[in-house]
Design a protein around this ligand. Structure first.
Ligand code: NZQ
Ligand code: ZN
Length: 381
């Protein structure tokens, strides 16, 4: 184990029907004006909006709606939210949605408290936010684990860049599996693959092998896969949704990462692919990750052997990767870039730009060259 400190700022309320009790406790602690932030309208259709708004009004809050946060949230949307939060003198932000809504709100929270442009502050001046409007989260689509950390992933369209911006951690997160019941089936499984990806990306980082975090990561991978398969049989298996909701949270709350380095190279490639194509995050990973792993297998043979055996019951690392590809197909997730929904045609020129602009991770089994990233992307076509 490497040296580490670990503390956790987010109180989690988990379970069917938990929101009422959770909000009764939490709303008593916060100021009068609450920004209720959400996406493109799923929470209005599902009824979650009405439930939460009524609870806010009953707690005597003034509610300021901030709607229309899109999947792969943009920097422009962050600025729009921060402007509204300042103008309305918002005391608290309640983010209701999946990773996109949660991430957008983390940065709105931080941006609203400073006069600097937050991207320039973080990426040019190397300074990070130390304060933010307090926020809470109600998760309606699980997978990213975004409710469990302060890091957001934002698309800066003008810069054709998708990457991390540090924001605010939620003081509480409400995880009610029933709130995910209306998520479209493909999104449910895409989210679950994202969770699996987070555990794999953490496990394959360069670290000593004798590491308790690896055992936890392997357990999360196994549980995620078991429950993905349950959902393939019955997408409304709410017990499986609940397990996946907690797998998702566990994979990104920092527990798997203590005392070790992480990889996350597949994520860096997918994020930049997202900047060019606006593709779905979990689906992009499903295409990229097996191909990437075939490239680095020889540099981490021992780890891939253990992964194959303990996660898929396979005898060799190659068979383990085949089992990963089979799982992706079984779940109906895309296996080729051309199957992804994209705002633009995915051409070799686009792939070259993705390879030339994505982050390169130094602590994975082998640092990739830009040429090899381009090769990986071409193999994904
Ligand atoms: O916008 P609405 O209408 O709400 O529809 C959303 C959206 O279209 C829909 N949805 C959410 N809850 C629903 C629902 N539909 C019906 N019923 C419900 N209960 O689902 C669609 C996708 O939502 P989105 O939030 O975009 O999905 P996800 O949770 O996968 O988040 C993806 C974003 O998170 C980032 C990704 O890059 C991407 O931008 N990530 C954030 C991470 C983090 N902060 O830790 C880590 C991840 O690796 C990831 O990069
Ligand atoms: Zn992810």
């Amino acid at each position: 184990m490497n040296t580490f400190t670990f503390s956790y700022p987010t109180k989690v309320y988990f379970g069917v029907g938990i929101a009422e009790e959770a909000l009764k406790q939490e709303l008593a602690k916060i100021g009068k004006t609450v920004m209720l932030a959400y996406g493109g309208g799923s929470i209005k259709k599902s009824g979650v909006y009405d439930i939460l708004k009524n609870m806010l009004l009953q707690a005597d809050k003034e509610v300021v709606d901030f709607a229309g946060i899109m999947p792969n949230p943009t920097y422009k949307k962050v600025q729009e939210g921060a402007k509204l939060a300042k103008e309305a003198d918002v005391d608290f932000i309640l983010a209701v949605g999946g990773g996109s809504v949660i991430d957008c709100c983390k940065v709105i929270s931080a941006q609203a408290m400073i006069t600097d442009d937050i991207w320039s502050m973080e990426y040019e001046a190397g300074r990070f936010p130390t304060t933010g409007i307090p926020m809470g989260v109600v998760v309606t689509a699980s997978g990213t684990g975004a409710e469990m950390n302060a890091g957001a992933v934002i698309t800066y369209e003008e810069k054709v860049w998708k990457g991390p911006i540090a924001g605010t951690s939620a003081s509480f997160a409400i995880l009610d599996p029933d709130y995910t019941a209306t998520v479209p089936p493909l999104q449910v499984l895409s989210g679950a693959f994202d969770t699996l990806s987070h555990a794999m990306e953490t496990y394959f980082g360069n670290s000593d092998q004798d590491n308790v975090s690896d055992d936890v990561a392997l357990a999360i991978m196994r549980n995620t896969i078991v429950n993905m398969r349950r959902l393939v049989k019955d997408i409304y298996d709410m017990q499986a949704r609940g397990n996946l909701m907690w797998d998702s949270a566990m994979a990104e709350n920092g527990i798997l990462k203590v005392g070790r380095l992480t990889d996350f190279q597949a994520h860096q490639i997918e994020h930049q692919l997202g900047a060019y194509t606006d593709c779905n995050h979990g689906q992009g990973l499903a295409v990229i990750q097996p191909v990437y792993y075939r490239h680095i297998l020889k540099e981490a043979e021992e780890k891939f052997t253990r992964f194959a055996k303990e996660v898929f019951g396979s005898d060799t690392p190659e068979e383990g990767l085949e089992a990963l590809s089979s799982l992706i197909m079984e779940c109906g997730l895309p296996t080729k870039l051309r199957e992804l929904k994209s705002k633009t045609e995915i051409t070799p020129e686009i792939l070259r730009k993705v390879a030339d602009t994505c982050n390169i991770i130094p602590c994975n089994p082998r640092e990739l060259s830009r040429e090899e990233i381009y090769e990986i992307l071409c193999e994904c076509m």
